[in-house]
Design a protein around this ligand. Structure first.
Ligand code: AMP
Ligand code: ZN
Length: 459
């Protein structure tokens, strides 16, 4: 298996599959609904984990949930997202975290994203973070100023290696004159908070809360030890959050902790950034409300390599939807064929599929291989079985018939009859009845199409 390491800027061979791959993924801050861009990052994590499993690796992976709101901006400033959400929604920060964590994992469920082996909450690991900071302090990498304990980046000679930042070129004179920081890139490990702050903990330095970056270092090494094979996250985290994680980890352990960094490019909407003002921040639930299956979105994500930005448009989602439907139909033809062929004839496709995913997750190529196999090969149970093997990675529910219950078909036929008789009132009431039972009906030229309506309960 080869993966592109953002630290060295080249594809590198992963160790063989005789030992598990240790993996850390930066999780969400659970203060609001996750959007489809966030889900691109976690679909990427899922493709990676399932590819490793397909290639015979075991994984030991950790993902954190940031349920402490302080310092989530890169600059150690700004507002506390958790407490802001709590006051907006008149809930406690714990209730906010619980609700949005449920939303997050509901998205996982409907997108067929498998949860990593360890899901860990920041608030459950404050003592590990304090221990980590104490150790950095003992080793001389920290200093104290009025508002907290800071990491002294000039003490770490490799600082900036991931995003090619040269400390010497960013003079200390760039520091804001009110700041007591020694270098503009220094960051908070522990921040003192005012009395009225809800989320706060005791520490050897005073009451406060941990910095955001220390969370990932403390929990990653606590669960995975002082060597981590792969660390994943979105490209936005490369320049600050991950530089700071490297500094903390490597200064704490005295050696390079994370071997390979993998960064997923952003999802953009209509060629630009998602933003509130453009009203184009979509959630999975909103796609569902528009009549798409979450797996249409999963399919869309398979069409673009993770190191390229993905341009989300409804046009592209429509194509993904109809492609997935056709693919499923062909797979089902194989399933229902009762015909047998020599399974050996399919090894070439398996080889091609494995090579594609093992080459830094070339999912578009892997999907193309599946298409070629199901289209070119004689309809047979063996092709169906091989498609099911591939679906362990793709997770598109290819073998499941979207069976429509008889009751719904009956109502739909009654409605068709009503339309023929131009009884629009009856036709509309039957449509509503069908919708109440969880199905959406669309009229075509010579009949109708029924789709299951997905419901996401937490939204
Ligand atoms: P956050 O809660 O902001 O830390 O985001 C959770 C994850 O989603 C991080 O790994 C981000 O890098 C990633 N992310 C945020 N926005 C996008 C986007 N538009 N496309 C892809 N990944 C994103
Ligand atoms: Zn992180």
């Amino acid at each position: 298996m080869k993966v592109f390491n953002s630290l060295t800027n080249r594809k590198e061979e992963l160790h063989d599959n005789s030992t598990p791959v240790t993996m850390y993924t930066c999780g969400p801050t659970v203060y609001y609904y996750p959007h489809i861009g966030n889900m691109r990052a976690y679909l990427f994590m899922d493709f990676l984990r399932k590819t490793l499993h397909f290639l015979g690796y075991k994984t030991n992976s950790v993902m954190n949930l940031t349920d402490v709101g302080h310092l989530t901006s890169d600059e150690d400033e700004g507002e506390d997202k958790m407490e802001l959400a709590a006051s907006r929604e008149k809930k406690t920060p714990e209730q906010i975290a619980e609700f949005y964590t449920n939303c997050f994992f509901e998205d996982f469920k409907v997108l067929n994203i498998e949860k990593p082996e360890h899901i860990v909450k920041a608030t459950d690991h404050i003592s590990q973070m304090i221990d980590f900071i104490k150790e950095l302090e003992k080793k001389g990498f920290t200093y104290k100023i009025d508002d907290g304990i800071y990491f002294d980046v000039q003490k770490f000679s490799h600082y900036g290696a991931l995003s090619n930042k040269d400390l010497s070129k960013v003079g200390v004179n760039r520091i804001d004159e009110n700041s007591q920081k020694r270098h503009p890139f220094d960051f908070a490990l522990w921040k003192f908070v005012p009395k009225e702050h809800i989320m706060k903990w005791d520490s050897p330095w005073g009451v406060g809360c941990p910095g955001w970056h220390i969370e990932c270092s403390a929990m990653g090494t606590y669960y995975l030890g002082n060597k981590i094979d792969i660390h994943t996250g979105g490209v936005d985290h490369k320049t600050v959050h991950h530089e700071n994680e490297i500094a903390q980890n490597d200064c704490m352990m005295g050696h390079q902790v994370v071997d390979k960094w993998m960064h997923v490019e952003f999802l953009q909407v209509d060629g630009g950034k998602m933003s509130k003002s453009l009203n184009n921040i979509y959630t999975i639930n909103q796609l569902v409300e528009k009549g798409y299956s979450p797996l249409d979105f999963r399919y869309l994500n398979l069409l673009t390599h993770y190191r390229k930005s993905l341009n989300f448009t409804f046009e592209a989602l429509n194509s993904a939807k109809s492609a997935l439907k056709s693919l499923k139909n062909i797979v089902l033809e194989h399933k229902n064929s009762n015909n047998h062929i020599n399974a050996q004839n399919l090894e070439i496709y398996k080889q091609e599929f494995s090579e594609a995913i093992a080459d830094d997750l070339n999912m578009p190529l892997a999907l193309g291989t599946l298409w070629k196999m199901v289209k070119d090969m004689e309809r047979s149970v063996e092709v169906y079985q091989m498609a099911m093997e591939f679906d362990k990675v793709l997770s598109l529910n290819l073998g499941q018939e979207d069976e429509i219950p008889e009751e719904i078909v009956k109502l739909a036929n009654q409605r068709l009859e009503a339309r023929k008789n131009k009884d629009w009132a009856l036709s509309d009431s039957l449509r509503d009845e069908i919708a109440k039972l969880g199905y959406q009906i669309k009229d075509g030229k010579d009949g109708y199409e029924i789709n299951k309506i997905w419901f996401l309960i937490y939204y």
